[in-house]
Design a protein around this ligand. Structure first.
Ligand code: SAH
Ligand code: SF4
Ligand code: F3S
Length: 479
């Protein structure tokens, strides 16, 4: 009897001679995209992906550095597999992603059983690097013990992607990194250090990859970038006689990419993660108004509602500027929903600054909010220059207070849909409940509804009956 990767709890069904790789992913959606990309690279070199570490020949950790807790989790996982290395000497253990980029050799010092540390722009080389490592290990007379480890953390290299020879295995919901890196310099943020300078991929290459995903069954595409709406700003301006686009000085912009993707037959929904207020343009608002496949939801992190904190964060906008951009957006797309990230307890944040955040959350009416307690990250200017002035107790209390406010505001936004018919794209069976389905409204809000799983992948009309602060629920509307 054959078993699939998902049915078999213990091990993959590949013959023993086929090498097996297992990737553990922490952090954001870009890491998820990168892990799938890498699994494809390994597959084209003859590997299978195994669902467990127990029978893996290569175990990779795709890591996050955004808060200290994320790094601690990786070290605790690494600690747990130390014994496996002792009993399986041929096992290869690698650390990739943001923490690898940030810590480089320090990973080897803290976890002596790690063989490879590979940064955010070089991870596609991992299959070759694993071969090289094996080669070095097999020839101890030619390679000193220090050379039986590999560090690859150049951030100057462009990430080029060609998956056309592989088969897409990512399911109905696909991620697509359209740009990576960040040219801004928020004083709290480690990302520019871990992900490097902004680098966008050409529109044609992205359309080609999206078509490949759709041909393999994807219907929803989430476009990813650290600041996804800065897409194209790193391209050179077109020369005389070359085609001109909607971006600054004729450069390609996110709006151009969206119009190109909207032509793909079978692509039902397009989502964006994450936008920066400074790059919110009229062209993007127009695209949102005109492209029906695009979710009318924008994650547009405000971070704080206090001008002096925004200045200390070097966010590049004031609350007035933020208001102005949102006004421009809502003029064209009156029903757009917004999401925000918030940092509470930034150094120097007073009770009045914090009260301004509570107020701003309410004023802007954010439907979805993610709240973080400020965490000083090594090498960032807020950690090195400013004291971490707000006590743990205060941070905790502010976190609770903003969460409560976010719940009130979220509930208010969601409640506006109760009694209405909305269109929702059904993604999958719900985790709980028989004949319950999970979907998202065209405004990007989570919705649960009744129905058979054959509705998955379809857009249906739903009568909203109830809501919490975190999502809607309803029944299928009769036409
Ligand atoms: N790549 C991500 C951005 C990562 S940072 C993306 O594109 O969405 C995600 C959120 O973490 C930020 O919006 C910010 O609110 C929070 N964050 C970043 N650095 C932080 C820090 N030092 N302390 C607390 N929260 C932080
Ligand atoms: Fe983590 Fe940020 Fe890197 Fe994403 S970009 S993997 S959230 S550190
Ligand atoms: Fe981070 Fe700010 Fe860039 S939050 S990803 S430095 S825009």
């Amino acid at each position: 009897m054959s078993t699939t990767r998902f049915q078999s709890e213990g091990a993959s069904d590949a013959p023993a001679s086929v090498p097996r790789v297992h990737v553990v992913t922490f952090g954001c959606q870009m890491n998820k995209y990168d892990s799938l990309l890498l699994e494809g690279r390994f597959a084209s070199r003859g590997y299978v992906t195994t669902p467990t570490m127990d029978d893996a020949d290569v175990i990779l950790f795709n890591t996050c550095s955004v808060r200290e807790h994320a790094e601690e989790r990786t070290y605790s996982w690494l600690g747990e597999i130390k014994h496996a290395k002792a009993s399986r000497p041929n096992l290869v253990i690698g650390v990739m992603g943001c923490m690898a980029q940030r810590m480089e050799e320090e990973v080897f010092r803290r976890a002596g059983h790690v063989d490879l540390v590979v940064g955010t722009r070089e991870f596609q080389r991992l299959p070759e690097l694993v071969d090289e490592l094996r080669e070095r290990r097999a020839n101890p007379e030619r390679f000193a013990s220090a050379e039986r480890r590999i560090l690859a953390t150049d951030t100057g290299v462009a990430v080029q992607v060609d998956r056309s020879e592989e088969s897409y295995g990512g399911g109905r919901h696909a991620y697509l990194a359209v740009m990576r890196g960040c040219d801004l310099n928020c004083t709290y943020c480690i990302v520019p250090a871990t992900r490097g300078r902004a680098a966008s991929r050409p529109i044609e290459a992205l359309v080609e990859e999206a078509r490949w995903m759709v041909a393999g069954g994807a219907q929803v595409l989430t476009l990813l970038g650290q600041t996804v709406n800065s897409y194209g700003t790193d391209f050179p301006a077109p020369k005389k006689g070359q085609p001109r686009f909607r971006g600054r000085q004729g450069r390609p912009s996110l709006a151009d990419l969206l119009y190109a993707l909207a032509d793909i037959e079978g692509l039902e929904r397009i989502r964006l993660v994450t936008l920066h207020p400074s790059y919110l343009t009229l062209d993007l608002a127009q695209a949102l108004a005109e492209i029906p496949q695009l979710d009318r939801f924008l994650p547009l992190p405000a971070q704080s509602g206090s001008d002096s904190i925004l200045k200390a964060m070097k966010r590049g906008y004031t609350t007035d500027l933020y208001r102005e951009r949102v006004r421009m957006l809502r003029d064209r797309v009156p029903d757009v929903e917004l999401g925000s990230d918030w940092i509470v307890g930034f150094p120097g944040e007073t009770a009045a600054d914090f009260a301004a955040s509570l107020e701003f959350c309410d004023e802007m009416g954010f439907a979805v909010n993610y709240i973080f307690k400020y965490d000083p990250r090594p090498t960032t200017s807020s950690a090195e220059g400013l004291s971490d002035g707000v006590s743990g107790e205060v941070k905790k209390a502010r976190n609770q207070a903003l969460l409560a406010q976010a719940e009130r505001v979220g509930l208010r936004r969601m409640s506006a849909f109760v009694g209405q018919d909305v269109r929702a794209f059904v993604e999958r069976p719900a985790e709980r409940g028989v004949q319950r389905l999970f979907g998202r409204t065209l405004h990007g809000l989570p919705i649960s509804l009744d129905g058979h799983s054959d509705l998955c992948g379809k857009t249906v009309r739903v009568r909203v009956t109830e809501t919490t602060a975190y999502g809607l629920s309803g029944v299928r509307a009769v036409h």
